[in-house]
Ligand binder design. Structure first.
Ligand SMILES: [Zn+2]
Length: 416
């Protein structure tokens, strides 16, 4: 990290984030709720486009709704160095997950321009939509569509909690849903993708460093369990006459925890459970719950998910109910491009190499484009929560590290 914060003039990462600190605040949950194609996310997209245009970058929105801001002095987009992240959030998320990478990309561009290091090679900042999957259930939906990792028909049919399809929502956002899907031209022009992200664990706290280079992403996926019983009256239905899916769901949640504890390094989480119809004085007719499972060895994930499926069927049967488990998404363990990682490690000499248990667009792109990630220290060690935090100096150090990384990627002979 060759520059000090004081050397950075104009926009700062913390200054940019301060501009959007009131957008999408969630008074119920705390923090931010910025689901894809909500008014909050649209406002953030406009904010990004304004900053890109202020820098003279050429802005385009691709067929899947990703925003690209180009420095392309010769008009060509080929062999581009690309950075970026996302602007959507989980419900009640923190201020940094996503926007930190976008703001840092803008500031890194400024740093490179001040250094006279932009050159003729195209450089782009990209903002991916629906990274969190908080509205339509599939994480990294934009990058999955771009790479073909999700069938566009399946994506178009995804529904949000209000029953709107993804196709309807993207059409309202001004995109043609018929054009959703693989975008080999967009991928082919990327020589490299480097995403900066807030660290979502404690690695950098323990190492007392501001910035890390990523080694890998834990394999992870989401499965929906639907338990169907019999809806009925809470007052008139005797306990012995009930087929209550909520009881089975409650038992399943603790069983999933126990099953995950049986596999070293496994993580399994039920963070969302939706009863139908959801009345206080109503025995539910159906409960949907979502299980997030992560493990470095994908075969262990398969075994654990099968154990969950069998437990769901058994526990549902004990309550006179039926259970079905359906995979919604799965991303195998990702090892980032080793050559690119080595370039970044050599460039950022005091940056450790860390793995992560969190999924990212960079992980989805990895099979199509050489990808790398930088993590910036989060002193709370907590993410997907209002407690997520980044100190001002670390944020600026991250942007300078990103500039250094992009510069190293663009240097001839560096394998990028
Ligand atoms: Zn993120």
């Amino acid at each position: 990290m060759s520059d000090k914060v004081a050397a950075v003039e104009g926009d700062t990462v913390s200054g940019l984030l301060a501009e959007i600190e009131d957008i999408g605040r969630d008074p119920q949950r705390g923090g931010y709720s910025r689901p894809v194609h909500s008014s909050a996310e649209h406002e953030l997209r406009e904010w990004f486009i304004a900053h890109a245009e202020k820098r003279g970058l050429e802005v385009e929105v691709d067929r899947n709704g990703a925003i690209w801001a180009w420095h392309a002095p010769d008009g060509s987009h080929d062999d581009a160095i690309v950075t970026g992240s996302h602007l959507d959030s989980v419900p009640g998320g923190g201020a940094f997950d996503g926007p930190l990478g976008v703001a840092s990309a803008l500031v890194a561009f400024d740093v490179l321009r001040r250094r006279g290091a932009l050159g003729r090679r195209p450089l782009a900042i990209v903002v991916f939509p629906e990274e969190e999957g908080s509205r339509f259930g599939v994480a990294c939906l934009g990058s999955r569509l771009m790479t073909g990792a999700i069938d566009p028909d399946r994506a178009r049919a995804l529904t949000d909690a209000d029953g709107n399809t993804f196709a309807e929502i993207v059409a309202r956002g001004g995109l043609d849903p018929a054009h959703l899907g693989p975008d080999p031209e967009a991928l082919a022009r990327m020589a490299v993708f480097v995403e900066l992200h807030v660290e979502q664990g404690r690695g950098l706290i323990d190492l007392d460093r501001p910035v890390a280079v990523a080694s890998s992403i834990l394999g992870h996926g989401r499965w929906r369990v639907t338990i169907a019983g019999e809806g009925n009256h809470a007052g008139t239905t005797l306990m012995c006459d009930r087929r209550d899916p909520m009881v089975a769901a409650g038992r399943l949640v603790s069983r999933i925890r126990d099953l995950a504890r049986g596999h070293s390094a496994a993580r399994a989480t039920v963070g969302r459970l939706v009863p139908t119809p959801g009345g206080t004085n109503v025995i539910a007719s159906r409960v949907d719950l979502w299980v997030d499972v992560r493990h470095p060895d994908d075969t262990v994930t398969t075994v654990l998910v099968e154990q969950v499926r069998q437990a769901a069927i058994l526990l549902a049967a004990e309550e006179g109910c039926d259970a079905v488990l359906v995979e919604e998404s799965f991303s195998p363990t990702v090892d980032f491009d080793a050559g690119l990682r080595d370039v970044l490690v050599a460039t950022l000499s005091d940056a450790p190499v860390l793995g992560t248990g969190a999924g990212h667009d960079a992980g989805v792109l990895k099979d199509s484009v050489p990808t790398a990630m930088l993590f910036v220290r989060n002193p709370s060690g907590v993410s997907h929560s209002p407690s997520e935090h980044v100190e001002v100096d670390d944020a600026e150090a991250g942007a300078v590290a990103l500039a250094d990384a992009l510069s190293a990627c663009g240097r001839p002979g560096r394998g990028c």
